[in-house]
Ligand binder design. Structure first.
Ligand SMILES: Cc1cc2nc3c(=O)[nH]c(=O)nc-3n(C[C@H](O)[C@H](O)[C@H](O)COP(=O)(O)OP(=O)(O)OC[C@H]3O[C@@H](n4cnc5c(N)ncnc54)[C@H](O)[C@@H]3O)c2cc1C
Length: 471
């Protein structure tokens, strides 16, 4: 078939990704999108007009060579395309699934000015899955041993990225992870129906094959301190402990039974597989009327989990309007398709319990939008006298997380900001303590997978310099 012209390629329709039917998927925990076939991927890659001055790369926090990998997809060189992405992003199968591409690379796609942007995330996901499922993952060359030892605290995307980059440079790398499974939010927070855990496990296994040692159930700050790691012979320490401390509403009745933090709710369901109770050891309370407070990805994950656990009514309660919701557009769309009800411009003021101490109702107040606040979003203002009651038997609070204070409390001289986030030099990710580097949510507060991975890349470069020049 004759090669299409650029003008013809521009007009090709964006290739949607096949998905599980909403009525079926809301009863199971299997992944919602089913992935491109090779032909769909090539058809989508054909839409890339290979701009002379592409803007998409500017939208990617780790500067993936997007036109370069899409060009390889057009040539059906799928594994090569995945390797091209891995030159700067070690987690393409994860990022292809969870990155907010609509705000990053795809929003910059020049084709998007007139037509729909190229589905960069879908293509990223496809090539990474193709490489993995066809056993085409190649182990990179590892530099000769340097004799330097690196400790990484936390195994989320930040820690995993640092580990991958430094082990390739010949250092001896050990990850210390508090939980019994490595992966951070990727395993305990984001549900199976968005990010299958086998994918995260294969990333961890890959690092182990490269020589990274992973010590799980090992809490730094309890079993050893950062200072003790240095005494044990580590030359540098990376702190990638994330933002895992849930925020609460601080309103009456918040201690009633049936009220969970999103962290606990999602950890039970994802990490401990409570949705499979009693086959799994950990139970989870299943409600008929479940209210999830918040408007971010965490809230969407929790409310869609509640639906899959059998709730008749699962509500998102959000104090602003849909336009201000921080969740990814795709997650909101999927939630709507699955029958989630959105109670917008509504804020809880009180939880009401039954005689056994279980939550049974929630008093809410309606809100209106006022002037923009520090975040740039319109401030929600209560409408006096608009209070109303809704029946609930489970409430999940997903209004954000703060940083875990353990490392800061047990590491003297580590500077933090007013939110308890570790302060770093953004060029190197070095903290106020020489030899201690930090990155990801522990530095930025709750952010994104790709920003955490990007911080890991910066830190790894600086840590290499540091240990090689250390006297
Ligand atoms: C439910 C949910 C959904 C999300 N959805 C998205 C999404 O769709 N897209 C997106 O881009 N981002 C999403 N995010 C945000 C994203 O997951 C985080 O920004 C990212 O995981 C941060 O990576 P990190 O490596 O800094 O920390 P984390 O992933 O939080 O990992 C930190 C790890 O450190 C461990 N740890 C903590 N303290 C210690 C200690 N003292 N000793 C040893 N180990 C310790 C923790 O157990 C954890 O495993 C979501 C977050 C949540 C909670």
């Amino acid at each position: 078939m004759a090669e299409l012209t650029k003008a013809e390629r521009m007009k090709l329709p964006r290739q949607g990704m096949p998905e599980q039917d909403p009525n079926i998927r809301k009863t199971n925990f299997k992944e919602v999108p089913l992935g491109y076939t090779p032909d769909l991927a090539v058809a989508e890659a054909d839409r890339c007009i290979e701009c002379k001055k592409p803007k998409c790369i500017d939208g990617c926090p780790v500067e993936v060579d997007i036109p370069g990998f899409i060009h390889l997809v057009r040539q059906r060189k799928f594994a090569e395309a995945s390797r091209k992405i891995k030159e700067t992003n070690s987690l393409p199968a994860v990022c292809g699934r969870v990155c907010p591409q609509e705000e990053q690379c795809e929003v910059k796609c020049i084709l998007g000015k007139k037509f729909q942007p190229v589905a960069i995330g879908n293509l990223e996901r496809f090539v990474a899955d193709y490489e993995r499922s066809n056993d085409l993952v190649e182990l990179p060359e590892i530099a000769p041993p340097t004799g330097k030892k690196i400790a990484i605290v936390g195994s989320g995307p930040a820690g995993l990225t640092v580990a991958g980059d430094l082990v390739k440079l010949g250092h001896k790398v050990t990850i210390f992870e508090a939980l019994h499974k490595a992966g951070g939010v990727l395993v305990y927070g984001i549900p199976e129906f968005r990010l299958p855990k086998t994918i995260v496990q294969s990333e961890v296994d890959y690092l182990k094959e490269l020589g990274v040692e992973v010590k799980t159930s090992h809490i730094i700050g309890k079993l050893d301190t950062v200072d003790e790691l240095f005494e044990e012979g580590y030359d540098a320490v990376f702190v990638g402990t994330g933002a895992g401390l849930p925020n609460f509403m601080r309103i009456d009745g918040e201690n009633l039974k049936g009220i969970y933090s999103a962290n606990e709710y999602l950890t039970r369901s994802n990490l401990m597989k409570a949705y499979d109770f009693p086959r799994a050891d950990t139970p989870i309370a299943k409600g008929k009327n479940v209210a999830v407070l918040g408007g971010g990805n965490t809230a969407m994950d929790a409310v869609r989990t509640a639906k899959r656990l059998g709730a008749d009514n699962s509500y998102i309660i959000y104090r602003r309007s849909q336009a201000e919701m921080p969740a990814r557009a795709a997650e909101i769309h999927h939630a709507e398709e699955e029958g989630i009800e959105f109670l917008l411009l509504v804020n809880p003021v009180k939880f009401i319990g039954d005689e056994d101490g279980w939550v049974k109702q929630m008093e809410c107040i309606r809100m209106e939008l006022g002037e923009p606040d520090d975040s740039g979003r319109c401030r929600p203002v209560p409408i006096e006298g608009s209070n109303f009651i809704i029946d609930v038997d489970i409430v999940v609070i997903a209004i954000g997380n703060s940083s875990n204070p353990l490392i800061v409390q047990t590491t003297p001289g580590l500077d933090t900001n007013k939110w308890g986030n570790i302060v770093v030099n953004p060029e190197t990710m070095e903290t106020s303590r020489p030899g201690v580097f930090a990155g990801g949510d522990i530095v930025t507060g709750g952010a994104t997978v790709i920003l955490a991975a990007g911080a890991g890349k910066v830190a790894a470069r600086a840590m290499h310099e540091y240990v090689m020049n250390k006297k």
